[in-house]
Design a protein around this ligand. Structure first.
Ligand code: PEP
Ligand code: MG
Length: 752
């Protein structure tokens, strides 16, 4: 059975269209279960009905014609209960419903199982038989396993538009995690990772002969590489193994791969696309055959394909010379360096398969005000290149080749958003003060050079978080003391006399330096932040010295320690700071000891506040990490992104208590995580009594507008009401309602 299952799933995965796959699947299941009928019903969310999509045994005219609501008929019952239904005499079941067009009356036995993916019911798989037959336990187990395996494939196919729901034909959209707000209409530019056969875009060749020539050259080079490798290994491996190299040469020969790829080019694919098509087809075929030797060859073919592709891509620039005016950059994983490559005025949006709303790219995208959706796991990268798209960074959606109606709708929404931005701009120079006179200091989070805009200075109380790792990420090695001094001096000078909180290097987790890779099974629970820098005092010392040196004569530096778990870490860091001050004074540079703060982001610190208060001059709450660690939800994992919410009652309770405890201890406390930049979150934090809020510059207008319209008492009441609620959903709804009451609903990002 296991073998049959494996084979069916491989066939489904390998089919060129899902419709074809489903047709094969129902036939295979019918055969494997030795039964008369096998059908597949798809749940269409728009229609809110189950639609017969494929059958073998029932009349084919009924396909896409027979539909039934959840709960109706036996199929509807399976969907509603979300459990298998096994009946020997189906026609006498009270729920039995007869559809004339199917010819179903002839079948008395029925076994139906639901197809469920990540708690969502996608459809129902049914087998039926004319004679009375009690499907056995094995049959049921087989069909349940089949449905569970099929669920992932189906979810993917639905999301990628490979299988269209009847009601949605012609309208494809993809869902991801909303990572940076805003909407954009533009052209998708796919950044393919090098030599990845699965993400080569489909392009029509402009010069077929040229494509053929460069293909042959690339193949020639790989043949040469393999010949050389064979020669190098000749004395070290057995004759049998050496024979493999001959096999590779044959695979690449004119008669084999090359001929087929050339044919595909002539059919209208450019060389990389044609190569990917042919290689993938061979791989799928080889993976299916019942022969271990041939199955292993699948890996070889893939590897050879990648090698040829790598040569082809050497000549094709991975990024276009001129980006379209409204570029929506799409990639498997977008890097910070890549963001810098597209001219800012042409970069309209970002989309990536990996990452989530608090990942580093997301944070930078927000700082730059670029609408972004990450964690779009179902995105068919190769088919997107050059496509017109609409990106909705509020709802986490990407619409591909949108129709005129949708375009008009989004043009309207974008217009409204611009109008709101203009209105809010008018009050940006007004103080961040509530109607009852409470002043809520607003600060900015920085890291990029573009953040240091002079116009901000009059609107803020300082820099609440300068992420020093950001400039470290775009260099090719650790920047030296002089280089860092210049960098920090720039920041400190730009904002002086306002305070600038500089955080010591916070690498690890999702923030890797290309020249200092950290490979770990659990990076967020591993070597991160101060744990790294205390293990490398030479790195920390250079950084501290550079910060101190840069602050000379300005005296607006404050130092912040990330990822603190134990008081010892603070003690050691303080000792290093004192040593740096001493060393500098010996060199004739005299600077006062800057205030030192501790980030509150590891839950352990919540319970050690008293001890930390004796060591730190201020606390800064990293609500992004505090949320991830309190909820045990990886902030980067799109699968659990729905669970990640700083408005979880546990997080809000912890924050309220933190503010209270810090006041008792007389230590200033601020928040620099993303919650501070959310207008509703900012009101809650103000009501809790935080002393300052630090956020990305683009969040300032909305937060300021909210603060200027809600009295402190109102914000305090909001905290009390909110803390009585039991779930993030209830809290979000309540916040939305209350903001509506204050006529601030327009400040909240639109949600579904
Ligand atoms: C946080 O954790 O909330 C924070 C501000 O730091 P980062 O997002 O850089 O981890
Ligand atoms: Mg953090």
């Amino acid at each position: 059975m296991l073998e049959v299952l494996r084979r069916i799933i491989q066939e489904v995965n390998g089919a060129r269209t899902l419709e074809a796959a489903l047709a094969t699947m129902v036939r295979r299941i019918r055969k494997a279960m030795k039964t008369d009928v096998c059908s597949f019903y798809l749940y269409d969310e728009e229609l809110d009905r189950l639609v017969l999509m494929e059958t073998i045994g029932l009349r084919s005219q009924a396909v896409r014609q027979v539909t039934l609501p959840i709960g109706e008929g036996l199929v509807g019952l399976v969907a509603r209960r979300e459990e298998p239904l096994n009946l020997e005499d189906a026609q006498h079941h009270p729920q039995f419903r007869y559809f004339e067009s199917t010819g179903e009356e002839r079948y008395s036995s029925f076994l139906g199982v639901p197809i469920i993916h990540q708690r969502r019911m996608l459809g129902v798989l049914v087998v039926q038989q004319a004679d009375k037959r009690r499907y056995g336990e094995e049959d049921e187990a087989f069909l349940v396993t089949m449905a569970a395996q099929l669920a992932g494939v189906l979810a993917h196919a639905l999301a990628t538009g490979n299988l269209t729901r009847p009601s949605l034909e012609g309208q494809v959209h993809f869902k991801g995690v909303a990572a940076s707000p805003g909407m954009a209409i533009g052209e998708a530019i796919v950044i393919a990772p090098p030599a990845d056969l699965d993400s080569v875009p489909d392009l029509i060749p402009t010069d077929v002969d040229y494509e053929i020539t460069r293909l042959k050259e690339a193949i020639g080079r790989v043949r040469e590489e393999i010949r050389a490798a064979g020669e190098r290994l000749a004395n070290r491996i057995s004759a049998q193994e050496l024979a493999l190299f001959e096999v590779y040469q044959q695979m690449l020969s004119e008669a084999a791969l090359s001929q087929e790829v050339v044919k595909r080019i002539r059919e209208g694919q450019w060389a990389p696309g044609a190569l990917a098509d042919v290689v993938k087809r061979h791989v799928q075929y080889l993976e299916r055959v019942d022969d271990d030797y041939l199955r292993e060859r699948a890996a070889d073919v893939r590897d050879l394909g990648r090698r040829v592709l790598a040569h082809l891509q050497e000549e094709t620039p991975q990024t276009p010379d001129v980006y379209p005016e409204r570029t929506i950059l799409v990639g498997d994983e977008l890097s910070v360096a890549l963001l810098g490559e597209v001219p800012r005025e042409r970069l309209a949006g970002l989309v990536s398969v990996r990452g989530s709303s608090t990942s580093h790219v997301a944070i930078l995208a927000r700082a730059m005000g670029i609408p972004t959706v990450l964690g779009m796991v179902d995105l068919p990268l190769p088919r997107l290149s050059g496509a017109p798209v609409i990106l909705d960074g509020h709802r986490g959606r990407l619409f591909v080749r949108p129709g005129p109606e949708l375009l008009t709708h989004y043009e309207g929404l974008i217009g409204e958003e611009q109008a709101l931005a203009e209105v809010l701009e008018h009050e940006q120079d007004l103080p961040s003060r509530t109607p009852d006179g409470h002043v809520m200091p607003l600060m900015v989070n920085t890291g990029l050079a573009v953040d240091a805009v002079a116009s901000l200075k009059s609107r803020i109380s300082g820099v609440g978080l300068y992420r020093t790792e950001v400039p470290f990420m775009v260099t090719e090695r650790f920047p030296g003391e002089q280089e860092q001094t210049r960098l920090y001096r720039d920041q400190l000078e730009s904002f002086a006399p306002l305070p600038v909180v500089m955080r010591t290097l916070d690498i690890g987790g999702d923030k890797d330096l290309p020249y200092f890779p950290i490979e770990e099974a659990n990076p967020f629970l591993g070597w991160r932040g101060i744990r790294v820098t205390l293990d490398h005092p030479e790195v920390l010392m250079v950084q501290l010295r550079a910060m101190l040196r840069a602050s000379q004569g300005l005296d607006n530096l404050q130092v912040l320690l990330p990822m603190v778990t134990n008081v010892d870490e603070v003690d050691v860091a303080l000792r290093l700071l004192d040593r740096a001050i001493l060393e500098l004074s010996e060199e004739g540079v005299s600077v006062p000891r800057p205030p030192v703060g501790v980030m509150i982001e590891v839950p352990a610190t919540l319970y050690q506040l008293d001890a930390l208060a004796t060591r730190a001059d201020f606390f800064s709450v990293g609500s992004n990490d505090l949320t991830q660690y309190l909820l045990a939800v990886d902030r980067n994992n799109p699968r659990v992104a729905d669970l990640y919410d700083a408005c979880h009652p546990a997080v809000l309770t912890a924050l309220a208590r933190l503010a209270e405890d810090a006041h008792r201890l007389q230590v200033p406390i601020s928040v620099c995580g993303e919650l501070a930049g959310d207008p509703a979150g900012a009101l809650l934090l103000m009501g809790m009594g935080f002393d300052a809020l630090s956020m990305n510059a683009p969040s300032l207008p909305r937060v300021r507008a909210a603060i200027r319209r809600v009295p402190l008492d109102g914000a305090k009441a909001l905290v009390e009401e909110t803390l009585r609620l039991d779930s993030p959903g209830e809290i979000r709804r309540h916040l939305a309602e209350r903001l509506e009451g204050w006529q601030l609903a327009h400040l909240l990002p639109p949600r579904d």
